[in-house]
Design a protein around this ligand. Structure first.
Ligand SMILES: [Zn+2]
Length: 341
């Protein structure tokens, strides 16, 4: 049974330990374990002249000799001055180190799993909440339609939550002569909160993180049996260690989606060129806000809003498009829907 010694008392309590014992390579029988002290102890390796080495070391090994005696050798001396039995000692040191490593990982996993008994409940709640807001997000997408959703995702990808239209002041002519050029100005209708929440990864990333950790807890008992596979055990421990961040990431996503869902989406319709899609979005947005109106009312609302925009911004007409989101240059865009004179 190998172990790590953290105090001199632990070594002194060993059967066969005596402060006068020497480490004699020819008598070497095995490694009891490493020692790690806050202070230095003198190395007991017997030198050629028969006397102990005496070098001070904070770290080293407790060795066992053929007669059952135990003594301490410094870490450097074990590696460099063990003479003809060096290979044997190094091999044993590696085996003991690996075994202790496995034990430590196992203990860490056991502790993590014990702590995790309560965490599993929290993880499952987090997963359910994430599934809930995902369903609400899907419902919103179905309500607003694919055209609006593409606009929203474009805003999210561009990290620009402003809904904009273009106000146009017509060129002024006198006879055949243009006395003032056509002018355009951007008009910002408003900004959406947490627009990035509409992106698929907002839900997907925390879902994957949660699934990984939940799966790990569910396999915990079996994983504890992987004693002979230190790499797998460490990978497993690393997954469990992500419990907190998985729950935190999920809660953040849920909060962001909830904030996004509370937006007034009615003015998103003004970022849509296609008139039919614009009415559909306006109607769905009003419906979501508890105002179930017929299509005639919606068309009038859109027209009234357009007129109000023209008056408020002193422009002749308003162009509705999201071409700027698609990275198209103004001069290469398709003709926008024109409203007004
Ligand atoms: Zn030494």
């Amino acid at each position: 049974m190998t172990r790590e010694f953290k105090s001199l008392e632990e070594v002194e309590a060993l059967d066969g330990y005596n402060a006068d014992n020497l480490v004699v390579p020819e008598q070497y029988a095995g490694v009891e374990g490493p020692y790690h002290f806050e202070f230095e102890v003198k190395c007991r390796l017997r030198k050629n002249n028969g006397r102990p080495c005496g070098e001070p070391h904070k770290h080293g090994w407790v060795l066992r000799s053929k007669d059952g005696g135990k003594a301490m050798i410094g870490g450097d001396c074990a590696l460099e001055h063990f003479g003809i039995r060096s290979d044997e000692l190094r091999r044993d040191m590696t085996l003991v180190s690996n075994a202790l490593d496995v034990e430590r990982t196992r203990a860490a996993i056991q502790q993590r799993v014990a702590e995790g008994k309560g965490k599993l409940g929290e993880l499952l709640i987090a997963r359910a909440e994430l599934a809930n807001v995902k369903a609400e997000l899907v419902a919103l997408r179905d309500d607003l339609g694919p055209v609006a959703w593409t606009v929203l995702e474009g805003m999210a990808r561009a990290d620009d939550a402003r809904v904009r239209v273009t106000g146009v002041i017509n060129a002024k002519r006198e006879g055949d002569e243009v006395v003032r050029d056509r002018q355009t100005r951007p008009i910002v209708l408003g900004s959406l909160r947490s627009v990035r929440a509409c992106l698929p990864e907002t839900i997907a990333m925390p879902s994957i993180a949660l699934a990984e950790v939940i799966g790990a807890y569910q396999r915990a008992e079996a994983a504890l049996l992987l004693v002979e596979k230190p790499k797998e055990m460490k990978a497993f421990a690393a997954v469990l260690a992500r419990t907190g961040s998985a729950i935190g990431g999920s809660r953040q996503a849920v909060a962001a989606v909830r904030q996004f869902l509370e937006n007034d989406f009615s003015f998103v319709c003004f970022a849509i060129e296609d008139r039919g899609a614009r009415y559909k979005v306006a109607r769905a947005a009003h419906h979501r806000r508890g105002s179930a109106q017929g299509m005639e009312w919606v068309k009038k609302w859109v027209a009234d809003t357009e007129m109000a925009l023209r008056q408020a911004h002193g422009v002749d007409r308003v162009e509705f498009n999201d071409s700027w989101r698609r990275g198209l240059h103004w001069s290469t865009r398709r003709p926008a829907t024109r409203v007004g004179r």
